[in-house]
Structure formats: C-alpha cells, structure tokens
Design a protein around this ligand. Structure first.
Ligand code: 4NP
Length: 154
C-alpha cells in the first residue's frame, strides 16, 4: 500500500480537493489517500461548501471528508506528503524529526506539468472562480502524480 497525504492550512478548501481528485484516479486496493491541515481551526468540519460543489460538478464526492490537523506521526504513516503552498511546507518541515521526514515532503505543484508558481492559491476568501481555478490545478497535478505512481512500482 502506498500512502499519500495532502496538506493545506485549514483542510477544508484545497487539500480535500487534492485528496478526492487523486483518490478518484488510483485503485484503493493499492493507494491510501488522506488530507490534513496544519492549523486546528476546522477540526471535524466538512470541506467548505464551495469545494464540495466544485468537486461535485466534476463527478467527485468529497462531502464525507472531515478536517483533521497534521500530526508528527503522519511522517511515519505516509510515503508522500504534499504541501499546497510554501507556508504549509514550512509548517510541516518545522515538525520534522529527521532527514527521512523532510524527504517525504514536497510542494504539490512541483508535480504540475507546466506552471511555474508552485503555490496553490488559498481560495477561502475568494469566490467560485477561485475554487474552479484550484480544481483545475489539482486535476492537472493529480493526473501527473497518478501517472507516475502507476508506472513506478515501489
Ligand atoms: P485551506 O483554506 O487551507 O485551503 O483549507 C483555508 C481555510 C480556512 C482558513 C484559511 C484557509 N481560515 O483562516 O479559517
């Protein structure tokens, strides 16, 4: 089983989308996908209704996800930890215990085929256009990650 964790700040807007979209592209018999937030603000909450809506428009149901906070033991549980932006990346790295932990953490958009800005913009104070933009970034990046994972046996 390969385990992949998506991380943003609140775990209600960006990482639930990355979680749901990547999960839809990989067989659950071989891949476990989860998401978390570096902050504790929204623990136990559903994804933001706008994330639920934009995922739904693309045929993906993320409404059963519940927010949780990133924890140090996630470094043991997961093989790959993807941070949605540089600030999330720093927050995760600050909890790392050793170089093995650090080696598991990457910026999610490092896997995007073309875009040079490696931060998924936080859509929380935005509107549906911002959520659609996040969805598009997540979709293109998840395609690339899934392609890589399916062609590289661990
Ligand atoms: P997320 O977005 O990190 O993509 O889940 C945010 C959600 C909530 C807040 C900030 C960003 N907040 O400040 O409550």
């Amino acid at each position: 089983m390969t385990r992949i964790l998506m991380v943003c700040l609140g775990n209600i807007c960006r990482s639930p989308l990355a979680h749901g979209v990547l999960e839809s592209k990989l067989p659950s018999s071989k891949f476990f996908i989860d998401s978390a937030g570096t902050a504790a603000y929204h623990i136990g909450n559903r994804p933001d209704r706008r994330s639920i809506e934009v995922a739904g428009l693309h045929g993906i149901d993320i409404s059963t996800q519940r927010a949780r906070q990133f924890k140090v033991s996630d470094f043991d549980t997961f093989d790959y930890i993807y941070a949605m932006d540089a600030s999330n990346y720093t927050n995760i790295i600050n909890l790392a215990r050793n170089t093995d932990d650090i080696g598991k953490v990457k910026l999610f958009l490092e896997e995007h085929p073309t875009i040079s800005n490696k931060n998924v913009p936080d859509p929380y104070y935005g509107d549906m256009t911002d959520f659609e933009h996040v969805f598009d970034l997540v979709e293109a990046t998840s395609n690339r990650i899934a392609q890589k994972l399916l062609s590289t046996p661990l």
